[in-house]
Structures are given as structure tokens and as C-alpha cells.
Design a protein around this ligand. Structure first.
Ligand code: NAD
Ligand code: MG
Length: 389
């Protein structure tokens, strides 16, 4: 039996992972973690027969205990308990907590040598070198779960890395692909979260509307695969069928196609190196009829330009970018800033930190990353207050 743990089990990626784990008969579950949704966490823990269920919310321990009463499943709560759950010996750990909060639990899983299925892109954006070094030190494998990065990983299998010329990551273009700028400026949360092709958590859905999600994925691809920034391209592909393409020295492109269903990338990582059955719909190409591609509009989607500046600057720029982006997103969700203000805030914060020379150090330690994460969040709130006042 392979032992698995799911961090962020109650989220969009987490629920899909629970679904796949429940279908397999050669897996046993060590731990599941969640946050506010205690009823779902307890139900998942019972369904998978987990040894331990953990809520990140300290004050929900009693509720979790009550929901698990009589099951023999242990309950725990709080940030330290989430990290402890990730440290419990397991063969495979899904990292699907949203945001920079997923970094430390992922590192804990790598330290115990587990294969880390990495959905939490913030880990690589904030601390790519640190995450990869920790994996190498402990002989742990990281398998990408972001659909584009899983696609790149698959297109590279059996290939010589030195023959890679370019990598093309596709973006759906989000709900505002064809909207004029003035209308985007007035966009509501409901409009921004209504993704045209993927069903995902609210935060990543809004990030897809601003292309901040794609901006994060550029950095994620650079960190994970080691491509140079100018080798990584973005193309808008509204059908979300081609997830990524890898171009080789001979001009050929290897593309990965599949339905917009995260269970493919999760299942690939779960069964790797084998190809196990995954219950996604099979593509009906004549029914799809056409696949379209277009260049992203840099005027309406400045996140892509910011991402390139972050890759060029390196050091702790990724941690600052993510901290500012997460805080700008919090402010947009709270109704405190407009949709286009998010990119403007992130740019203001990055420009300020770069001008101060505050982001030069490589993210060699978790402390460096934490300090910059905290600083960029504070600066974003200050910049938002200054704009409002
Ligand atoms: P989600 O919001 O649906 O779920 C997030 C999970 O993290 C939940 O289980 C929640 O309880 C938990 N959580 C939230 N805050 C926490 C905290 N402070 N401490 C501990 N746990 C906490 O998010 P999602 O859409 O499933 O995305 C999860 C991660 O996967 C993100 O990093 C996202 O960018 C990435 N990702 C998601 C998709 C997708 O299709 N949803 C695709 C690619 C990558
Ligand atoms: Mg993706």
C-alpha cells in the first residue's frame, strides 16, 4: 500500500484528489488537512479512512473532534499541526493549500522524502531555489500538478533537455478576454471569478481573469524546469484543450491535449511513473471542431510584463510579487480596490522594493522569504490606502 497525504483536501484540487484516491485500491491515507469547512474535512477523512484530520483554524478543533467522534481518526488544529501532518511519513503528498501558506507544509513533506505533487504554485514563485534544494537534499521527487506544467513535464519525457528551444504555455484568456479596458476597470468579483473553461477555487479563478495566474505560471516554469525567461511564451487559447507545448531544436512542437479537468494532472502525478486510469472525459475532436490561438494583450493584462520583470530581477522578487499579488487580490475580493488596481498596486510595490535594493538576495532561507512576503503585503496595503486617500 502506498501512503498518501492531502494538504488542502477540502479545496478544488483537494476534492479532485480525494476523488481519485478513493477510486484506487492500493492507497492508504495518512492525513488530510483543511481550514474552515469542518464538515467536508471530516466526511473526507471518514471516506478515505485517514489516520489524522487537521484544520488550519485553531478555534475549530472542538468542532472537528465532534465531527470525528467514534471514528478513531485523530484530530488536530493550527498551523503547526498542518506542518506536522505534512511531516508524517507518507510516500506521496498532495500540496494543494492556496497561497504562500502552502510553502512550509510542502517543505516539511519534502524533508521526510515524500514525492510531492505540487499544485501550490506559490511555493515555486516565492522560493523556487529553496524548494528544489530541499527536494535534492532529501532525495524527494516533485511532480508538477499545474495543468500547464504537467503538460510540459509530459512533453519532455524521453527528450534531451538541451534540445528544447521554447516552451509555450496556454492561457484561456479568462472571462475578460474580449472586454475593453474601461469595462474591466468596473468588473465585479462575481464576473472575475466566472472562469469560462476551468472550475477552480475563487482565488485562482480571479487570478486567471487578470492573467496573474499565467504570470505566476511563467515563474513556476522557469523555477521548476530551469528555462530561460525568453524561452517561455504565453499564447491565449480560449478552448483550454492544449495545455502547453514544447518546441525543439528541429522546429517541432510537442503539445499536450486534454479536457479542462484537473483530474488528469492530479492522476498523472498520483500514478507516476505508471499511467493509471483517470476518469476524465475523452476528447471528441470533430465535436470541438476548432482550436484557436491568439497573442495576449499586454495593455489590458500587465501581469505578464510584471512577471517577466520578476524573472529578470530574480532574488526575492518572486516572493515580493506573490505577497503583493495575494494582498491586492484580498483587497479586490473585499471590494476595497478595482480589478485593474491589482496590477497597478503590485507594480508600485515591486518598483519601490527594487529601488530600495530590498530584493537582491536569493531566497536561500525561509526567513528571507518570510520577511519579504510580510513587507510586500504591508506595502500593498499602504499603497492601496494611499490611492484611496
Ligand atoms: P481552494 O481555495 O479551492 O482550496 C484551498 C485549500 O487550502 C482548502 O483546502 C483550504 O481549506 C486550504 N487553506 C486555505 N488557506 C489555508 C491556510 N492558511 N492554511 C492551511 N490551509 C489553508 O484552492 P484551489 O483552487 O484548490 O487551489 C489550490 C492550489 O492549487 C493553489 O495554489 C492554486 O494556485 C493551485 N492550482 C489550482 C488549480 C485548480 O484547478 N483549482 C489548478 C492549478 C493550480
Ligand atoms: Mg495552470
Amino acid at each position: 500500500m502506498r501512503r498518501v497525504t492531502i494538504l488542502g483536501a477540502t479545496g478544488s484540487i483537494g476534492r479532485n484528489t480525494v476523488d481519485l484516491v478513493a477510486r484506487a485500491d492500493d492507497l492508504s491515507t495518512v492525513a488530510l488537512t483543511g481550514a474552515g469547512n469542518i464538515a467536508l474535512l471530516a466526511e473526507q477523512a471518514k471516506r478515505l479512512g485517514a489516520e489524522l484530520a487537521v484544520t488550519a483554524h485553531e478555534d475549530r478543533l472542538e468542532a472537528l473532534r465532534a465531527a470525528l467522534a467514534g471514528t478513531g481518526i485523530a484530530a488536530a488544529a493550527g498551523r503547526a499541526a498542518v506542518i506536522e501532518a505534512a511531516s508524517r511519513p507518507a510516500d506521496w503528498v498532495m500540496s494543494a493549500i492556496v497561497g504562500a501558506a502552502g510553502l512550509e507544509p510542502g517543505l516539511a513533506a519534502l524533508r521526510q522524502g515524500a514525492t510531492l505533487a505540487l499544485a501550490n504554485k506559490e511555493s515555486l514563485v516565492c522560493a523556487g531555489p529553496l524548494v528544489l534544494a530541499e527536494a535534492a537534499r532529501h532525495g524527494a521527487t516533485i511532480l508538477p500538478v499545474d495543468s500547464e506544467h504537467s503538460a510540459i513535464f509530459q512533453a519532455l519525457m524521453g527528450e534531451n533537455r538541451s534540445a528544447v528551444e521554447r516552451v509555450i504555455i496556454t492561457a484561456s484568456g479568462g472571462p475578460f478576454r474580449t472586454w475593453p479596458r474601461e469595462r474591466m476597470a468596473r468588473a465585479t468579483l462575481a464576473e472575475a471569478a466566472a472562469h469560462p473553461s476551468w472550475s477552480m477555487g475563487q482565488r485562482i479563478s480571479v487570478d486567471s481573469a487578470s492573467l496573474f495566474n499565467k504570470a505566476m505560471e511563467l515563474i513556476e516554469a522557469r523555477e521548476f524546469f530551469g528555462f530561460a525567461p525568453d524561452q517561455i511564451e504565453v499564447v491565449v487559447h480560449p478552448q483550454s484543450i492544449v495545455h502547453a507545448m514544447v518546441g525543439f531544436a528541429d522546429g517541432g512542437l510537442m503539445a499536450h491535449l486534454g479536457p479542462a479537468d484537473m483530474r488528469h494532472a492530479i492522476g498523472f502525478a498520483l500514478h507516476h511513473p505508471a499511467r493509471g486510469p483517470v476518469p476524465v472525459a475523452r476528447l471528441d475532436l470533430p465535436a470541438l471542431a476548432r482550436l484557436e490561438f491568439e497573442a495576449p494583450d499586454p495593455e489590458r493584462f500587465p501581469a505578464l510584463r510584471l512577471s517577466r520583470a520578476v524573472m529578470e530581477a530574480g532574488g526575492l522578487s518572486g516572493a515580493a510579487f506573490n505577497g503583493a499579488k495575494e494582498t491586492a487580490l484580498d483587497l479586490f475580493i473585499a471590494g476595497a480596490v478595482g480589478f485593474l488596481d491589482m496590477a497597478a498596486l503590485v507594480e508600485t510595490v515591486l518598483d519601490g522594493l527594487w529601488a530600495e535594493g530590498a530584493l537582491g538576495e536569493s531566497p536561500a532561507s525561509l526567513d528571507n522569504v518570510r520577511v519579504v512576503d510580510h513587507l510586500s503585503r504591508q506595502r500593498t496595503r499602504q499603497a492601496a490606502a494611499a490611492r484611496a486617500g
